[in-house]
Design a protein around this ligand. Structure first.
Ligand code: UTP
Length: 408
């Protein structure tokens, strides 16, 4: 893209200020900026103008979760089905590690965070150790796909290599990068990170499958016979990955996907809960849950919307293929965005100063026809690390690891 074409594109979106410093740049910086303008989707920025949307949820009704008592009764059968799928190489695992982890506040990728007390125990290491439990009992490697972003790719790849992939067979690890989205001020004007660089932020975890496809990795997985993908977050250090019981239950149910869920610990806990929306599986965020829904009861008199998602989903690839081209809703998140001020000086804001734009994996569920919510014991499988201290923190996760006999 040349200067004229770049200017025309920016004018279409009211973003001409991106070229304000063009004349001061050297040739390689000019080239870098023009190519970033060519690659950037500025259309997302206009969504903050019509931000603070009216609640456009459809008709909500309960979606029954498979609960612990039922799972315990059918455990052996589920494990048998799931184990067969894992042994046959039909189950892959997708680690979503492209986030910025801003709440934890470390400059490194979140997975590099050391939660050890008496020895080094990195978050990535904990996850790989968990996956190794399944690899050992199935006596088969599970293909592991790791999604990074432009901001943390090199650090993640180097770190895992330096630690010899914590014992995982690197032939079964594939990295791919997610897309980035421009970040803007409250008026929707894109920020500049450098005079030759637009501020960007990873575009959320919802684009994982389309990124996998863009990298040719989804196609390779299908060729290799992978039929199911277990997608999971980087920050839950207790989570079971490629869990044969969960895999078996979802296969047996015939659903297009499954979602691990936990019973909420309090009615106002800040987790999204599973439901049906206009008859299709969906997730209501905690801030969308009206008092009426929060008080609603199922036929047994239990709360009807009480199973929270923990970002551990099992998707059937053939169903993902059907929705690959679908545009997911855009979520607008307020954020501290490092940028250039009016004088072209770099600033690192202490308070949020604009928006980033994200698509979320939970919105994929609503595109599919069916989903099995599968209950897990929260104290055994849910130790998310979002913050350093307090709720969902390094402290709380350490305590839960201790309760589960994991030495840190
Ligand atoms: P979070 O919603 O906790 O976001 O991500 P985050 O960016 O890691 O952390 P904060 O909000 O800045 O503190 C949930 C999961 O989704 C991944 C994260 O790496 C984590 O595993 N994720 C998030 C991505 O892979 N890409 C993204 O763009 C955002």
């Amino acid at each position: 893209m040349n200067y004229k074409e770049a200017l025309e594109k920016l004018q279409r979106f009211g973003q001409e200020h991106v070229l304000a410093y063009y004349d001061e740049l050297n040739d390689s910086q000019k080239e870098e900026l023009l190519s970033q303008i060519a690659d950037t989707d500025f259309s997302v920025l206009s969504s903050c103008k019509d931000e603070i949307k009216e609640n456009n949820k459809g008709q909500i009704s309960p979606l029954k979760a498979m609960q612990l008592s039922e799972i315990t009764n059918k455990k052996e059968e589920f494990i048998k089905i799931g184990m067969e799928a894992v042994k046959a190489g039909k189950v892959g695992a997708v680690l979503l590690a492209g986030g910025m982890g801003t709440r934890l506040g470390s400059d490194n990728p979140k997975g590099m965070y050391n939660i050890g007390i008496t020895k080094d125990v990195y978050i990535f290491q904990r996850l790989i150790e968990n996956l190794m439990d399944v690899v050992k009992s199935a006596d088969a490697w599970v293909p592991l796909y790791v999604m990074t972003s432009d901001k943390n790719h090199t650090a993640t790849v180097n770190f895992l290599k330096e630690h010899d992939y914590f014992g995982y067979n690197s032939d079964y690890i594939t990295f791919f990068m997610q897309e980035m989205a421009p970040a803007s001020d409250y008026e929707g004007l894109v920020y500049m990170e450098e005079k030759w660089k637009i501020s960007t932020s990873p575009n959320g975890n919802g684009g994982w499958y389309s990124s996998m496809y863009k990298w040719g990795i989804a196609q390779k997985a299908m060729e290799d016979g992978v039929e199911w993908l277990n997608v999971f977050a980087v920050d839950n250090v207790l989570q079971r990955i490629a869990d044969p019981c969960f895999v078996g239950a979802v296969i047996e149910s015939g659903a297009a996907c499954g979602s691990k869920v936990v019973r909420k610990c309090a009615p106002d806990e800040k987790v999204g809960v599973m439901c049906l929306e206009d008859g299709k599986p969906s997730i209501i965020e905690y801030y969308e849950l009206t008092d009426e829904l929060a008080d609603a009861k199922d036929e047994n008199g239990d709360p009807a919307y009480y199973f929270g998602v923990i970002l551990n989903y099992l998707f059937k690839i053939s169903d993902l293929e059907k929705i690959r081209e679908k545009k997911l809703p855009l979520h607008i998140v307020e954020k501290k965005i490092p940028c250039l001020d009016k004088d072209g000086e770099k600033v690192k804001p202490e308070e949020p100063n604009g928006y980033k734009f994200e698509q979320l994996v939970l919105d994929m569920i609503h595109e599919l026809d069916s989903c099995l919510p599968f209950e897990v014991e929260r104290n055994k499988e849910f130790a998310p690390i979002k913050n350093k201290t307090g709720v969902d923190s390094v402290e709380s996760a350490r305590q839960l690891c201790k309760e589960n006999g994991i030495t840190l």
